[in-house]
Design a protein around this ligand. Structure first.
Ligand SMILES: Cc1ncc(COP(=O)(O)O)c(C=O)c1O
Length: 334
C-alpha cells in the first residue's frame, strides 16, 4: 500500500503532519452558537479573499453549491448551466430533490463558458408559459472538461449582462484556486464575478473536509438557516477550520507544482500537453475499464470517466517519484 499512486482525484489527499498538528492544537467552540474562533476566522478570511461580505463553512462542495443556488433561485425557477457541470451531474439531483429548483443545461464547446450561448437560453420572468431563469451556474475549473480554466472575458461578459437582466450567477469554485494559480487572475476578481460562490478546501488544497460559501451578508445569514436545516450545523469544528486555514497558508501557491506534474505526466504518456489546463490529464479513446483494472493491479489508481475516457489528477500526495511510477505503469498500457 505504501507505494500506491492514487491519481483518481485530488480529494484523496491525506492531511500532512503539519496540518494534523494545526488540527490537534486548534482552539474550538460551538460553531452553531457562532463561538468557534477558527471557523469565524476562516469564514472572514475566505470572504475577504473573494471580495464578498460574508461566508459560511459547510461540510462539502455539494452543500455549498446547492445552498448557493438556492439563495439565488426560488423553487419552481430554473438554474441554467453547462450540461457537464458538477451541479447537475454529480450532486444527486439535489437542486430538484431538496430545493425544488429546475435545472436546464446547454451543451458547450468542451466545457468552455460562452456568455452568448448562456444568455441566448435565458428565459424571462413574467411569461405565463416559461419557467423563468433565476440564475446561471458557472464551474471554474471545469471538472469534466479536464480542469479547464474559464475565460475571464466570458465570465466578465456574463456577469455584466446578468446585472441588467436580474439574473444571478453562482460559481462552483471547487477548484477556483487552481484556476487562479494557472491564469494569474486574482481570487477576488473571480469572486466579484459571482453572487454566490462555493470554494473547496478538500480538493487541491488538501484539507480533509470542508468548503466555504461566500456571498453578501444577507445571503449568508439565510445560508446559515439552510445549512442547519440540512443538518450541516457543526459544533467544535475548529479542528477542521484549522486544516482549512493551514491549507490557505501553505497549499495554494504549490498548486503550480501539481499543474507542472500534470503537464509532465501528459507529455510522458504521449498526451498533448495543450489539453492540460491545471491538475488533470485526460486519456481519451482508451478501454477505460481494462486500463483502470490493469493499472490498479500495478498499484496505480486512475478514474474511469466513461468507457473510453480515463482521468488522472495530480495533487499534494503525488510527488515526482509518483509521476515516474505512474508513467512506468501506464505508458505500456496505452
Ligand atoms: C467541480 C466540483 N464541484 C463540486 C464538488 C463537490 O464537492 P464535495 O465532494 O465536497 O461535495 C466537486 C467534487 O469533486 C467538484 O469536482
Amino acid at each position: 500500500m505504501a507505494d500506491l499512486v492514487d491519481l483518481r482525484s485530488d480529494t484523496v489527499t491525506k492531511p500532512t503532519a503539519a496540518m494534523r498538528r494545526a488540527m490537534a492544537e486548534a482552539e474550538v467552540g460551538d460553531d452553531v452558537y457562532g463561538e468557534d474562533p477558527l471557523v469565524n476566522a476562516l469564514e472572514e478570511r475566505v470572504a475577504a479573499m473573494f471580495g464578498h461580505e460574508a461566508a459560511v463553512f459547510v461540510p462539502s462542495g455539494t452543500m455549498g453549491n446547492q445552498i448557493g443556488m438556492r439563495l439565488v433561485c426560488q423553487p419552481g425557477q430554473e438554474v441554467l448551466g453547462d450540461a457537464e457541470a458538477h451541479v447537475v451531474t454529480y450532486e444527486m439531483g439535489a437542486a430538484a430533490a431538496v430545493f425544488g429548483l429546475s435545472t436546464r443545461t446547454v451543451v458547450s464547446e468542451g466545457g468552455v463558458l460562452s456568455a452568448d450561448q448562456l444568455i441566448s437560453q435565458v428565459r424571462p420572468f413574467g411569461n405565463w408559459h416559461l419557467t423563468p431563469t433565476a440564475a446561471v451556474a458557472v464551474e471554474n475549473t471545469h471538472n469534466r472538461a479536464g480542469g479547464l480554466v474559464q475565460p475571464l472575458e466570458e465570465l466578465e461578459k456574463l456577469f455584466a449582462w446578468s446585472r441588467d437582466a436580474g439574473v444571478s450567477v453562482h460559481l462552483d469554485g471547487a477548484r477556483i484556486w487552481n484556476a487562479a494559480v494557472a491564469s494569474g487572475v486574482p481570487l477576488d476578481t473571480y469572486g466579484r464575478l459571482a453572487d454566490t460562490a462555493s470554494v473547496c478546501l478538500s480538493k487541491g488544497l488538501g484539507a480533509p473536509v470542508g468548503s466555504v460559501l461566500v456571498a453578501s451578508a444577507d445571503r449568508i445569514a439565510e445560508a446559515r438557516l439552510w445549512r442547519k436545516r440540512l443538518g450541516g450545523g457543526m459544533r467544535q469544528v475548529g479542528v477542521l477550520a484549522a486544516a482549512g486555514l493551514h491549507a490557505l497558508d501553505h497549499h495554494v501557491d504549490r498548486l503550480a507544482d501539481d499543474h507542472s506534474r500534470a503537464t509532465q505526466l501528459a507529455e510522458r504518456l504521449g498526451v498533448d500537453p495543450a489539453t492540460v489546463h491545471t491538475n488533470m490529464v485526460v486519456l481519451d479513446g482508451v478501454a477505460a475499464p481494462m486500463l483502470a483494472a490493469a493499472a490498479k493491479g500495478e498499484g496505480v489508481l486512475v478514474s474511469e470517466v466513461s468507457a473510453t475516457r480515463v482521468r488522472l489528477l495530480t495533487h499534494l500526495d503525488v510527488d515526482d517519484a509518483a509521476v515516474d511510477r505512474a508513467v512506468e505503469v501506464l505508458a505500456p498500457l496505452l
